[in-house]
Design a protein around this ligand. Structure first.
Ligand code: ADP
Length: 491
């Protein structure tokens, strides 16, 4: 770890938020402590914003949108700006990775992976900005009809704490490429990389007011932002309950929303699968980021003839997993905070009470500070598909194994939750790959692989309670814009 910023934050740095291109404090002067989940120590602070701060930021974004030049400049110029941001992020990669790891407790290599994904977002959307075009539509004789993709205007982005920099960047990349301006509210538990990226965006030439950052609690700053009448569109990634609250707030102004609300994603392992190839992927899909991943593969459905064999192999691997501080770079880090750790512990206890069998547990590194928010990984076997563990998102390193009898049974169990975000299908049978991929209700299906959060080019989003709208890839550019139809009468 190194770099000037990291040395400053070691001394309790007071971070600022960004409004109209300037680093500003909350109008009230109130602050929120920044706590490292690896040791529970306070190492910095961020502004605790309220409705007045949100109003100031929205007005700045409104002015920047209405007066330009961001919304009116040639798309290629916006793209160049995002490409410069990609290059600047690359130059600052080590510092950003260390900052993200310290703020969230994620292992150092996960912090680096998150920066790589962040860079890809700006590279991708920088290149895509001038590739979005409308249609001409065959219409009545004597008329010409065409469509334009126009920005919504001011977009509010409400960001969670699990992959703060990546999720921020998929919002910023797509929204800015289309000519919107932004007010972003990162999570109170993980705001630092957002603040830093906003600073770097100014360096890349994003004009003041185009990308504003408001830090603060969800119930204050988040609620005020989603209800603000001058916001044109809201994009949110987080828990289903908060998603409902945000949609209700945005509905008062009849504004559009994109919602990415988590999942209970199944991986289906058929008896003919390449088990050796599947095992590390099945483990990684739940252990990555301590299981705090919307698209975590938190249920593994195993065809009965190979159930015992796969369960034993997973148990053996699970028992070797070790959680520890971010700087130790072990299999997984701590959870984001004590509340989240307690929630995971309660769900583990409830699963045991409901009759699920603990097959294996990992360990917590003895050198991990006892003041950190650790929870050892837990593997449950023979899980009844109807219990809470099989139905609800744990958002922790807890994997449920469920046996199934045949293809139909597998699809039924896979689709038996209220969620529909991602699925994995493991089989060598080509026809079955296609059948199951089509019948599983999920926004992304991986066949003989799995990418928890992977692939910035791939459209991502859910069915059912997992939300609506699509982020990532080219498709996000459609969510971040609206179609205008123009009809010329030249009779
Ligand atoms: P958690 O409960 O684990 O903190 P959330 O889904 O509530 O997860 O948080 C995701 C983001 O939503 C954070 O930025 C948080 O501050 C914000 N948030 C929480 N509650 C609200 C709310 N009522 N209105 C708007 N944003 C909120």
């Amino acid at each position: 770890m190194g770099g000037p910023l990291l040395n400053t934050i070691a001394q309790g740095h007071a971070f600022m938020q960004f409004v109209d291109g300037r680093a500003v404090d909350a109008l009230s002067g109130e602050r929120i402590d920044v706590i490292c989940p690896s040791d529970g120590a306070v190492f910095a602070s961020i502004p605790a914003s309220g409705a007045a701060d949100v109003d100031r930021a929205v007005k700045s974004a409104r002015k920047a949108f209405d007066e330009g030049p961001w919304s009116t400049m040639p798309a290629v110029e916006r793209g160049r700006c995002l490409t410069r941001l990609y290059q600047i992020v690359e130059k600052n990669a080590d510092e950003l990775a260390a900052l993200e790891s310290r703020d969230t407790g994620k292992p150092a290599r996960q912090g680096r992976a998150d920066v790589t994904a962040t860079m890809r977002y700006y590279e991708f959307y920088g290149g895509a900005a001038d590739k979005v075009h409308g249609d001409t539509i065959p219409f009545l004789e004597g008329y010409t009809a065409l469509t334009l993709r126009e920005p919504h205007g001011v977009v509010a982005g409400i960001i969670p704490w699990n992959y703060p920099m990546q999720i921020l960047s998929r919002v910023v990349g797509a929204a800015l490429a289309m000519g919107n301006t932004l007010v972003v509210k990162p999570a109170e538990d993980a705001s630092l990389s957002t603040i830093r990226i906003a600073e770097l965006a100014l360096e890349a030439g994003v004009p003041p007011g185009v990308f504003n950052v408001i830090t603060g609690y969800g119930r204050d700053a988040g609620a005020a932002l989603s209800a603000h009448s001058e916001i044109d569109y809201v994009t949110f990634t987080g828990s289903p309950l908060t998603g409902t609250a945000i949609q209700q707030a945005a509905a008062v102004n009849n504004r559009g929303v994109t919602m990415e609300l988590g999942g209970k994603s199944p991986q289906i392992v058929f008896a003919d699968a390449d088990i050796e190839a599947a095992l590390p992927v099945l483990i990684n899909a739940i252990i990555q980021n301590g299981g705090q991943t919307c698209s975590a593969g938190s249920r593994v459905l195993i065809e009965r003839p190979i159930y015992e064999q796969v369960a034993a192999a997973l148990a053996e691997r699970f028992s070797r997993l070790v959680a520890g501080p971010h700087y130790a770079d072990l299999d997984l880090g701590p959870l984001i905070n004590g509340r989240q750790r307690d929630r995971v512990a309660n769900m583990v206890a409830a699963a045991q009470e409901a009759g699920a069998q603990v097959l294996a547990q990992g360990t917590i590194d003895p050198a991990a500070p006892s003041s950190g928010c650790y929870h050892a990984p837990v593997l449950f076997g023979s899980v009844d598909p109807s219990i809470q563990l099989a139905q609800e998102e744990v958002f922790g390193p807890v994997l449920a194994l469920l046996p199934f009898d045949n293809e139909q049974d597998a699809v039924r169990i896979a689709n038996s939750t209220e969620f529909g975000l991602v699925a994995g299908v493991w089989t060598r049978d080509g026809a079955r790959q296609h059948r199951v991929a089509k019948r599983v209700r999920a926004g992304q299906v991986f066949v003989n692989g799995y990418g928890a959060g992977g692939g910035i080019e791939l459209p991502f989003g859910g069915f059912k309670k997992s939300g609506h709208g699509r982020e990532k890839g080219f498709e996000a550019l459609f969510d971040m814009s609206a179609t205008k139809t123009i009809v010329f009468n030249h009779q």
